[in-house]
Design a protein around this ligand. Sequence first.
Ligand code: ZN
Length: 242
Amino acid sequence: MPGGVSTLNLMMNKALLLFSGGQDSTTCLFYALEHYEQVATMGFAYGQRHAVELDCRLSVLSEIRRLFPDWRQRLGSDVVCDLASLATLDDNALTSDAAIEAKAGALPTTFVPARNILFLSYAAAYAYRRDISTLILGVSETDYSGYPDCRSQTMESMENSLSLALDRPLHIVTPLMHRDKAATWQMALELAGEPGIQLLVEKTHTCYAGDHSHFHPWGYGCGQCPSCLLRKKGWEAFCRSR
Ligand code: ZN
């Protein structure tokens, strides 16, 4: 039985990163490449309206290979899982044209029920025969949208459930769990320097609305959706602290 969410897997030194092409998972990719000898990446096509992030993942991987020779050899296989049926199960604002909004006392309409649970299960299925016992993902309960499947408690429970279901220890590592967005930018700077910050700004996509045409100091996006506002707020706090 695993003893909670781990910070490092010393046994295999291989990790599988859930990689969307956004700021958080790209920062986690920097973290993974710094701490693990081999890093595989997995993305998901689940009918998201911001499917442009799937193209951004490839740009990010390509840019990392170009900019960071020491990390290049650590980048392993990359796979995108087709979960298109997820969009048929629920009318949330990420997989339908429902309005992006948050009402008092309710989860935001951008909440995709069970998304992270499914993603982790698919990742576990991929990892099983590849001797990968560490899954990394960029969830946070510090500066987030209130999604219950981003909480530390959910991750610990999933770690236990997957380890039981596979009958072997599976570790879930969440480097951003206790960092706000400003601290996430700072972590990226410490791991990847100015080139890493520039890569995040220019190559990643976070905007829920899928707007990848308007460019701001903090990156592409509509500038209005909750995801853009969070990224902008974190960027401005990060810049003030430098
Ligand atoms: Zn936006």
